[in-house]
Design a protein around this ligand. Structure first.
Ligand code: BMA
Length: 405
């Protein structure tokens, strides 16, 4: 977020090379029927989404792991059928707790885990991330989420390479880490650290956890050293492309889906100013805390999502509201009447694949409610709504039925 403030089935069944395709279809169908959620979800539409899947062409990484590739294809198929709900650090921190196992404020209130989890890897190479969370725990929670059939996305607030200050230290730095620049070796060593983390994300079956990687986000804001006014668009694009090719081609990391993201934007041209090109991004994201917070600006937020979906559709990409939320959720019916209603009622905006709110850090800074909170009943209604997708509603997100594998 901006610097100013500061399946039921899938865990049981994963792609195994060489598995008989018909067997997989049957097994998936059996598991789908026997595990059908008991809420009011439109699971029929979800099941239908997994039939007859086309190959999703042109992922950034042609060597994507089977699970990551299936995730991309299935997200694409779910477009307009529902929106996945996500939260940063959902199973790591809550309003009154930190780190215990099997806990999440979202699940405690609604009975369901989010479908998507955000994590922060600034500080990679050290024991703890920049929020003092041990990487060992982050890794564990990511693998657990994957094993349950949930989805992981990662942000990276790399410290300022010139000063060593935080990502919010806007001392010019970006041009200095480009290839053949004074700090290029330093940057490569940082990439080696995050590659080590990504490659350590393997479950007990030896499958790599797919990750939606969202580096250098909110790139049109001026609060990060990679932001607008802090580096040129050309340098940003070069850094993006180098980052992808070094991770993918030199360090052989193949479990990443790449998400490009801006903050709020006014038009397509502004959104695309730092866009690295269709070969370099799988997901087009934008982050918008402000527009969805008040009735008068919600339409502005929806207008941006419409543009986003348009830009993604012509490029055969996935669109997502990669960060949003309302700290403290002071409006009782915010979930269903502001956020969900506005997006669902728009024929274009409803095609975003997911939205993610920020973490529940403590009683003063949280983005999902807890028992007794005034927006708690509305959040439960949001979860029950047929258009929201939580983890238990995800059916086989990491498996393909009819695709050539
Ligand atoms: C920001 C703030 C920071 C945090 C960073 C990375 O939005 O929450 O306190 O360090 O995200 O998680």
């Amino acid at each position: 977020m901006p610097g100013i403030i500061p399946g039921v089935l899938t865990g049981a069944f994963r792609f195994v090379p060489g598995h008989n395709c018909l067997f997989r279809i049957l097994l998936s169908a059996i598991l789908f029927v026997s595990c059908k959620p008991t809420t009011t979800k439109d699971t029929g539409a979800l099941a239908e989404a997994f039939v007859d899947l086309p190959v999703f062409d042109r992922p950034v990484d042609s060597l994507l792991t089977p699970e990551a590739r299936a995730l991309l294809i299935n997200l694409n198929k779910l477009k307009s059928k529902g929106i996945l709900f996500g939260q940063q650090d959902a199973t790591l921190t809550g309003v009154d707790w930190k780190f215990p196992e099997n806990k999440s404020d979202v699940k405690e209130l609604t009975g369901a885990h989010p479908a998507l989890y955000g994590w922060e890897i600034g500080g990679a190479g050290k024991e703890d991330n920049i929020d003092s969370i041990p990487f060992q725990l982050i890794r564990q929670r990511m693998i657990e989420a994957f094993d349950r059939g949930g989805i992981n996305t990662v942000s990276w607030h790399l410290n300022n390479p010139v000063t060593g200050g935080t990502a919010w230290d806007v001392t010019p730095a970006l041009s200095k880490i480009l290839p053949d620049s004074i700090l290029s070796d330093f940057y490569k060593s940082e990439l080696q650290k995050i590659a080590g983390f990504f490659l350590s994300l393997k479950n007990a079956q030896g499958n790599y956890v797919p990750v939606i990687f969202r580096p250098f986000h909110e790139n049109n804001g001026n609060w990060f050293w990679w932001g607008k006014g802090r580096c040129s668009p050309a340098d940003y694009i070069n850094l993006w492309r180098f980052t992808v090719s070094y991770l993918r081609d030199s360090l052989h990391v193949h479990n990443l889906i790449y998400a490009y993201s801006t903050d709020m934007f006014e038009n397509e041209q502004q959104y695309l100013e730092r866009y690295p090109g269709n070969e370099w991004a799988d997901i087009l994201g934008c982050e918008n805390y402000w527009d969805f917070q008040s009735g008068s600006s919600v339409s502005n937020g929806v207008a941006q999502l419409k543009m986003l979906v348009n830009m993604a559709t012509v490029r055969k990409k996935i669109a997502a509201l990669t960060e949003c939320g309302f700290s403290g959720i002071p409006v009782k019916n915010w979930w269903t009447q502001f956020l969900l209603k506005s997006i669902r009622e728009d024929s274009l905006a409803r095609n975003i694949s997911y939205l993610m709110v920020w973490r529940n850090a403590n009683r003063k800074n949280y983005y999902t409610p807890f028992a007794g909170h005034k927006s708690a009943p509305d959040f439960i209604a949001f979860e029950r709504d047929t258009f929201t997708i939580f983890e238990k509603d995800l059916i086989g997100i990491y498996s393909l039925k009819n695709n050539a594998e």
